[in-house]
Design a protein around this ligand. Structure first.
Ligand code: SF4
Ligand code: SF4
Length: 242
């Protein structure tokens, strides 16, 4: 937990613009941190932004507090996945692991971002919308979000976590190629019901000519261009051959 030592704080305001979620304000000449917003990303602590050393870390003693911090601090590693940051490393290593197979589409919905953040209530809305449309979410061994789920097959997060704020978090899953349009329609509907932003990552395997029907599907769905492609070659030796 991040707190301001009120005795050391001079109210200079230097720390305020450094907070990526706008959680710090100066009230009556003292800085205060809104604990309902701050997910303990530790940007302010790590960068030693306070000239008077008034920003302090206190022990985080709840599971959800630890989760918030680990998911919001890019230098922390999620124990279950062994991966730093918010999601899995599958997006970058599918050529090695082969989680997304031919005929399937991997989906990464990257929710929130510095400056905005996101409440888990909105994450649940999106997760429930895409699972209803046919997306199978990743499990606890690969993605941190699954640890918060009451029912991962439905995208239902435990009630007590819904007001929690995080800097950003990734909803990950996969579906058959033919289900992809339903996922997009579900996202287009639910985006109007949430109070944050998301970006969409789509993962496919291409054939020997570098072709995937996903591009035609995206065209038919009217998704805005340009699409930004990323091809990872040589990150590791493939464990799959098909
Ligand atoms: S930078 Fe330090 S002294 Fe200045 S307002 Fe922030 S906490 Fe207080
Ligand atoms: S830990 Fe992060 S969110 Fe919290 S006050 Fe510091 S910079 Fe802001």
């Amino acid at each position: 937990m991040t707190v301001i030592n009120q005795e050391k704080c001079t109210g200079c305001g230097t720390c305020v613009p450094y907070c990526p979620l706008g959680a710090i304000s100066v009230v009556s000449k003292k800085a205060v941190i809104d604990q309902t917003i701050c997910p303990n990303c530790y940007v302010c602590v790590r960068n030693k932004v306070c000239p008077f050393d008034a920003i302090e870390k206190q022990e985080i003693d709840t599971f959800i507090g630890q989760f918030q911090h680990i998911i919001s601090d890019p230098v922390e590693t999620t124990e279950q996945t062994g991966v730093p940051g918010r999601g899995t490393e599958e997006s970058k290593t599918n050529d090695v692991t082969g989680r997304v197979k031919k005929g399937e589409v991997g989906i990464c919905i990257d929710m929130g971002r510095p400056g905005i953040g996101c409440r888990l209530r909105d994450v649940e809305k999106v997760a429930m919308a895409v699972t209803s449309a046919g997306l199978k979410l990743e499990g606890e061994d690969t993605t941190p979000l699954a640890m918060l789920m009451e029912d991962n097959s439905k995208g239902k997060i435990k009630e007590e976590y819904l007001d929690t704020n995080v800097l950003s978090i990734i909803i990950e899953g996969k579906c058959p190629m033919e289900t992809f349009p339903e996922i997009i329609k579900a996202l287009q509907k639910v985006e109007k019901e949430i109070d944050t932003v998301f970006s969409l990552g789509v993962m496919v395997r291409v054939d020997e000519n570098g072709y995937s029907p996903i591009l035609e599907q995206m065209e038919q769905l009217g998704l805005p261009k340009p699409y930004r492609g990323k091809i990872n070659v040589g990150l590791g030796r493939p464990l799959i051959t098909e």
